[in-house]
Design a protein around this ligand. Structure first.
Ligand SMILES: Nc1ncnc2c1ncn2[C@@H]1O[C@H](COP(=O)(O)OP(=O)(O)OP(=O)(O)O)[C@@H](O)[C@H]1O
Ligand SMILES: [Mg+2]
Length: 354
């Protein structure tokens, strides 16, 4: 271990993981994980339970040492061959699922807890941080006198007060009920953006990930399978598994020639070139339906009405079904013959053998 490591700037990335791996006994919790973030960018680590999100966050924070690979924060090497900088020297702010405020300390005392500065500077930073999270004037309150959303904002103020190079948030909204959650996450995003903070969020909620951040890293089974903007991720998932994890999917078998794919709903245009047997990914919002005056080969099988939209399942001649997410205006009914059209981006993947 080199105590002076972590001082020499290595790159202009705020955070860079290169080939990071971590094993617990027989479990490979992180496999060759690589991604990077510039100053001010927000990234979500998205994946199902047990895929290695918290492990990755703990590796970044320094609560675990990687078995392989390297981690740079603020351009300084924090973990790598022969180097391990302890958590307290990584200039990281953390927010956890359980807000982890000290119950016996006031809001101001909670926020100033980790601040290593003279008293005057400390109280200035506490004021600035509380101002930033919109809790000015609540200095003296105790945690139990705050709503869940306010507690979460105190936790964020505490993480931001020392002006960290990087903020890590592990499922920060999972304790909040649905309505509050939407509001608090929008607030947290704007607070982080205003502070020009670089941050990594961990979540298993794809909608939360997509609505919050600039980049999403999808993790499955210990591996990062794709890092992309929310839009790219949704419309151009790297593979079938990522596609199926992020949003609802229709997969239709077809035969591709360049960008044209022949399927049982007709010729559809793909965003990418391919040749031969493929599976076409068509998002339900990209399927349009029109009532047919006569037998069309497609019939409505089921309609679920959500108010803001409706999900109409159509049965094709092959008995395969296709979901269409439509505006609620027109009322479809089961058994109704319909015409099917594709009105959004289509991706294709090579057919799985067998
Ligand atoms: N300290 C540990 N000892 C042994 N196994 C561990 C340890 N920490 C994590 N694991 C295992 O590593 C894998 C990844 O765990 P991790 O906590 O990173 O998942 P996660 O993606 O955060 O899941 P969740 O969404 O449920 O929080 C799991 O199989 C877990 O059981
Ligand atoms: Mg976790």
């Amino acid at each position: 271990m080199t105590p002076s490591a972590g001082t020499a700037p290595m790159s202009d990335w705020s955070l860079r993981l290169t080939g990071v791996s971590k094993r617990f006994g027989g479990v490979e919790a992180a496999k060759d994980v690589s991604f990077q973030l510039r100053k001010g960018q927000l990234l979500a680590l998205l994946g199902p339970s047990g895929c290695g999100k918290t492990t990755t966050l703990r590796l970044i924070a320094g609560f675990e040492a990687p078995d392989g690979g390297s981690i740079e924060i603020g351009g300084r090497l924090m973990a790598g061959p022969g180097v391990f900088v302890p958590p307290e020297r990584r200039r990281i702010g953390m927010v956890f699922q359980e807000y982890a405020l000290f119950p016996h300390l006031s809001v101001a005392e909670n926020v100033s807890f980790g601040l290593d500065a003279p008293a005057a500077r400390r109280s200035q930073r506490v004021n600035e941080a509380l101002e930033l999270v919109g809790l000015r004037g609540l200095h003296k309150r105790m945690p139990h006198e705050l709503s869940g959303g306010q507690q979460q904002r105190v936790a964020l103020a505490r993480a931001l007060a020392p002006e960290p190079d990087l903020v890590l948030l592990d499922e920060p909204f999972s304790n909040l009920d649905a309505g509050l959650r939407l509001r608090v996450r929008a607030e947290v995003r704007s607070i982080l953006k205003q502070a020009n903070a670089t941050a990594v969020f961990v979540t298993h909620d794809q909608e939360e990930a997509m609505s919050l951040v600039d980049q999403v890293a999808v993790m499955l089974d210990g591996s990062v399978r794709q890092v992309a903007t929310p839009r790219q991720l949704y419309y151009q998932p790297a593979d079938r598994e990522v596609a199926a994890f992020v949003g609802d999917s229709n997969f239709l078998p077809g035969r591709a020639l360049g960008r044209i794919v022949e399927t049982e709903i007709g010729l559809v245009e793909s965003q990418v070139d391919a040749t031969g047997p493929v599976e076409a990914l068509i998002r339900p919002e990209s399927v349009a339906l029109r009532p047919a005056s006569q037998e069309s080969g497609f019939r409505v099988r089921n309609v679920v009405f959500f108010g803001h939209d409706q999900l109409v399942t159509v049965q094709c001649q092959s008995a395969r079904t296709l979901d269409a997410r439509l505006l609620p205006g027109y009322q479809f009914f089961p058994g109704q013959p319909v015409e099917v059209r594709v009105v959004g981006p289509v991706m294709v993947y090579p057919s799985e053998p067998g």
